[in-house]
Every structure is written in structure tokens, then in C-alpha cells.
Design a protein around this ligand. Structure first.
Ligand code: GAR
Length: 207
């Protein structure tokens, strides 16, 4: 069975969506470890409820970013993970990490990439920028992770309507409910079933 490692930084609602899908028998995989960049991330509490191993590994604990990344690489290799999920993980890792797990890392981003993504676009800031631009449709993207923020082949996208009177918080909640919590488990399921093939940076689904 596929072993999954998850990197988180915050509330962990996307982690919860994957846990729920596994618990419901919709994904044939096991989350073996959850690593947070923040000590007090609620995502860690969510994982503990399911007896999943949790760790706090911060880049501040190391004298170089390379050592931080090497520690993460070693950790996930030692747990034999076949997939790493960035579920609200707010650190941009370099090619050192992403090359070690090529096309085996997926990220959920709260916009339709290539809109509102890249450096500085994360969490609530993404929705603030979408509202400032006045877009009428936004959404979420699940993609494989390559070096560089929010780059890498796109797996699934789902559009969500922007409504008059939306605040960043209201829009964030709608994007999570109508897109993120649906497409992240869907992508994990497709990956677990071996149905995703990457050719020339484009993801194709195979049956
Ligand atoms: C989610 O909206 C996720 O898409 C976003 O942060 C939130 C984390 O929520 N991720 C990024 O912006 C990454 N660039 P969660 O901790 O409740 O899953």
C-alpha cells in the first residue's frame, strides 16, 4: 500500500480531507508521517487523533537551508514514502528536495494556476489578490511540485465563483469547500492507483 508523508504549516483542513477519504475507504493509502514547519500547527493535533506520527521540523533549527532540506529528505526516505503531500505547507523547497522525490510530491494551491501564484502568493493573500483584481472566477489547483513556487505539472483544477460582497475569508472558505477538499483527495486517489503519467511537463490520466 502507498505510504504518504505530509508537510503542513497551519490548520490542516486539507490534511483532514485526505484523512477522511482514507478512513472512508476512498483512497487505498496510509499516511505514515506528518511534518510541520510550525510547532503549534493545528494540523499536528488532527494527525495525532489518528495515531499518525507527527514531527515539528523548522528551518530555524539548522544553520543552513540545505541541512534543513537534507533532514526532511532523510526523514521521508526513512519512512519509505511513495508520495509527499504539501497540504498548506508554506515553505518553498529547492530542487535539492524536489529532485529527490521527482513527480512524487503534490501541492494544493488556492487559485487557478498560473493566476495568483508564485512568490508571495499563499494562504489568505491569494484570495485578497483575487478580490483586488476583480476576477469573477477563481478556484484551486493540485499540481506536482518542481523547484520554484507553484511550478510543476498540473493534475486537477476546479473553478469557484467569486460573489459580490466576498471578503478574503469568505472566498477562502468557499474555495476550500467547493474545490480544495474535493480535488486534493481525488488527486491522491489517482496517484495511488497509478493513473497519473507526466510527459513533457503535462499530466495525462491513464486507465
Ligand atoms: C489552503 O487554502 C491551501 O491551499 C493554501 O493554504 C491553505 C492551508 O489550509 N496553500 C497555499 O497557499 C500554498 N501556496 P489548511 O492548513 O487548512 O489545509
Amino acid at each position: 500500500m502507498l505510504k504518504i508523508g505530509v508537510l503542513v504549516s497551519g490548520g490542516g483542513t486539507n490534511l483532514q480531507a485526505v484523512i477522511d477519504a482514507i478512513e472512508a475507504g476512498k483512497i487505498n493509502a496510509e499516511i505514515v508521517t506528518v511534518v510541520s514547519s510550525k510547532k503549534d500547527a493545528y494540523a499536528l493535533e488532527r494527525a495525532k487523533k489518528y495515531n499518525i506520527e507527527t514531527l515539528w521540523i523548522s528551518k530555524k533549527q539548522f544553520d543552513s537551508f540545505e541541512k534543513y532540506e537534507d533532514t526532511l529528505i532523510e526523514h521521508f526516505k526513512s519512512r519509505n514514502v511513495g508520495l509527499i503531500i504539501f497540504a498548506g505547507f508554506m515553505i518553498v523547497l529547492s530542487g535539492r528536495f524536489t529532485d529527490a522525490f521527482k513527480n512524487k510530491i503534490i501541492n494544493i494551491h488556492p487559485s487557478l494556476i498560473p493566476s495568483f501564484c508564485g512568490s508571495g502568493f499563499y494562504g489568505i493573500k491569494v484570495h485578497k489578490a483575487a478580490l483586488e483584481k476583480g476576477v469573477k472566477v477563481t478556484g484551486a489547483t493540485v499540481h506536482f511540485v518542481a523547484s520554484g513556487a507553484d511550478t510543476g505539472p498540473i493534475i486537477i483544477q476546479k473553478a469557484v465563483e467569486v460573489k459580490d460582497g466576498d471578503t478574503p475569508e469568505i472566498l477562502q472558505k468557499r474555495v476550500m469547500e467547493q474545490a480544495e477538499w474535493i480535488i486534493l483527495p481525488e488527486a491522491v486517489d489517482l496517484f495511488a492507483k497509478g493513473k497519473l503519467v507526466v510527459e513533457n511537463n503535462i499530466v495525462r490520466r491513464v486507465d
